[in-house]
Structure formats: structure tokens, C-alpha cells
Ligand binder design. Sequence first.
Ligand SMILES: Cc1ncc(COP(=O)(O)O)c(C=O)c1O
Length: 393
Amino acid sequence: MFADVPATPPDPILGLSAIVKGDERRERIDLTAGVYRDATGSTPPFETVEAATRAVVDDMQDWGYLPIAGHRGYRDRVSRFVLADAYDSVADRSWCVQSPGGTGALAVASAFARRVASGTIWLPAPTWPNHPAIARQGGLDVRTYRYGDETAVWGDAVLEDLAAAGAGDVILVHACCHNPTGNDPDAELWADLAALLRDRGAVVLLDAAYLGLGRGFAADRCAVDVMVAAGVDLLVAVSFSKTMSLYRERVGALVGVAPTAAAAANTLGNVEAVVRPMYSNPPAFGARVAATVLGDPGLRGRWETEVAALQERLAAIRRQVAAGLAARGVDLMPTIEHQAGMFAMTGLDADAVGRLRSQFAIYVLDNGRANLAGLADDAAIDAFCTAVATVTS
Ligand SMILES: Cc1ncc(COP(=O)(O)O)c(C=O)c1O
């Protein structure tokens, strides 16, 4: 039977990253996978996360399984971290399930939606390419709503398309740092969206993989606050891959807010019922590390400062790219300075993307998305702006 198994195309992001690593030109610039890199081009640990890691290694007492929903301290601290000021008002009707990364949270949310909701999920167009794959693998019907382009969120189109959402449909919205455009809804659009989706009886699934990397923790949580205040049925898929540099430890969570304590208990029970046959229970190590960082006041404060430094560096790269393109008379990416997070759509077509690779050893995704954190220093930003100017002239 294996002889007849068809070939599959490489993953649009991780498949390309593997190709980039094979390009041995010294000037190579990798702007593909969404991994933070510092000015030396490496993905460093956070000092606070390293300290917490040592503490956890020194305190490995229990080697048995975690419960289906994961590490109790982690779940409690993640709920408080994500819900923040709203936590007290929803503590008895919210829950948190630890998951293997943000991807695991989205996969659990999809299986949960297939089990208890309408079976339809709405994804923004464009979105992270793994979203449709996760949803389809979870057995959901995928519909899309127009989200925007490289320069702006199309608020009217978002509301117009989602007015067709049905009761029990899941609506995925990027909480902040929209991947790939970097454009997020403003407060007014969040409020309109919350009211619309509550009235439609939809479930809002906020993908929160970059909390803190956009405009700071408080601003990046704005969507959570608005949705809780509006009383929508809410899921939040959380990831600490980027914000704690715990990529390979797979540290994530699915947080839920229900209208009543009884509804919360039932939704949590159904989430646990999809986790059990999927991966049974999550791995403990990374979650204990994250729980230590979130729960120790000293580490927590220093970690927030570390995240703020990453956020500021990304904002500085945006300012420099904007200035570099303007100086070369290139009118692509006109709003890059006002966007948030790691990504920007360059607006380059397939031919220009190909020339960036062949002539300059600069790699963006096929759709033109660039991970700005890959622009390590001033020289890389200069090289990028010059190359973009050349391939678009
Ligand atoms: C929008 C978005 N959601 C979720 C994830 C998943 O992150 P994780 O690595 O924790 O699975 C990513 C990772 O790139 C992402 O970009």
C-alpha cells in the first residue's frame, strides 16, 4: 500500500526554511520561519527562562503523568496572565488546558469545535498557512473572511463577511501581530466584532501567539478584554514559543470563558475528552518552566522587560526598513512602521521573490511574507532595502 502513497508538497514555511539552510552564500538572509533572532542572528534564551529552567531541573520530584488538562500551577498562572484584569470577574466560569504549543491549542480547539459546535470555522484571508491545515485535520469546514492586505485591515469587509456567520461557528481572529500582515484591528473594530459575533451566537477563537511583542502586554490583550466584556463564548489559543523562546519545549494553552460556571465545567469536560485520545496529557517540563517565570514576582518582572526589549527591537527594524525604502524611492510597505510583531507582507510578486533569492540570497515566503527579526543588523537592513529596490525597479 505504501507504494501508492502520493507525494506531498513541502510545508510552505518549514519546507522553505530547510532549503534556505542549504544555500551556502555568505550574504544569505533568512526571513522565512517565524522565529525571533537577535542582532547576531541567533535565537537566544531569555535569561529569566534559563534561570527558571535550572530551578525546575533541580526540583524534578514527580516523574508520573500530568492530568489530562495539564500542570495545575501552569494552568492557573496562564489564566491569570491571559485574562489579566478580567480574571477576577470570570474566574468561576473560565478554564485553561495546557497544550503542546499554540499549534496544539488550535488543534484541540478544532477537535472541540467539531465535537460540540457547528463544525464550521472562519479564518481570516490572509492567515498563517497552518490554520486551514489544522482546521481541516480537525474535521472542520473552512470558510474565510476578507481581512485586509499588506497596508491595512479592511474593517468593513471583516464585518460584512462575518455577518454571515452562523450560531456555533468558530471565528478565528489573531489577537495581535497578525500573521502575515502585521496589521491589527483598532479598538473600534474589536468592539464592533465582539458585538456582531455575540449577536450571531458564534464562538470567538483568539490566536494569541505573540502577546507582548506587538504594542506591549496591556495593548496586545485588548481583544481578550473586549470579548470578555461583550460576553462572547471565548477561546484563546496561547503560545510561549516566541515570548519565552520555548519553541522546542512546546508550551501553549487553550483558555476558555463560558457564560456560567456550569457551562465552563461542561466545556472543559469536552475539551478534556478530545485531548485524551489525541495525546492523552501534555509534557511537563516546559510548562513548569513557564509557570515558574509567571509565578515568581522577580522573574516575572524581568521577563516582561526582556519581552519589551524584543518588541522595541522589532519596532526599530520597522522604522529602519521604512526609512531605507523611502530613501531608495520604493513605495512598497508604506505602513510598515505602524504595524506590529515579527511579520510584514512585502507586496513583492512571485518574480520579485524569486529574484531576491537567486540574485541576493534573501529569502521571504512565496507569498511575500518577511520575518523582520531575520534582519539582524544595519548591514542586513541596508542589503534588504537595496535588494527590494533592485527587484522592483
Ligand atoms: C499565528 C500563529 N499561531 C500559532 C502559532 C503556533 O505556535 P507554536 O510554535 O507554539 O505551535 C504560530 C507560530 O508560528 C503562529 O504564527
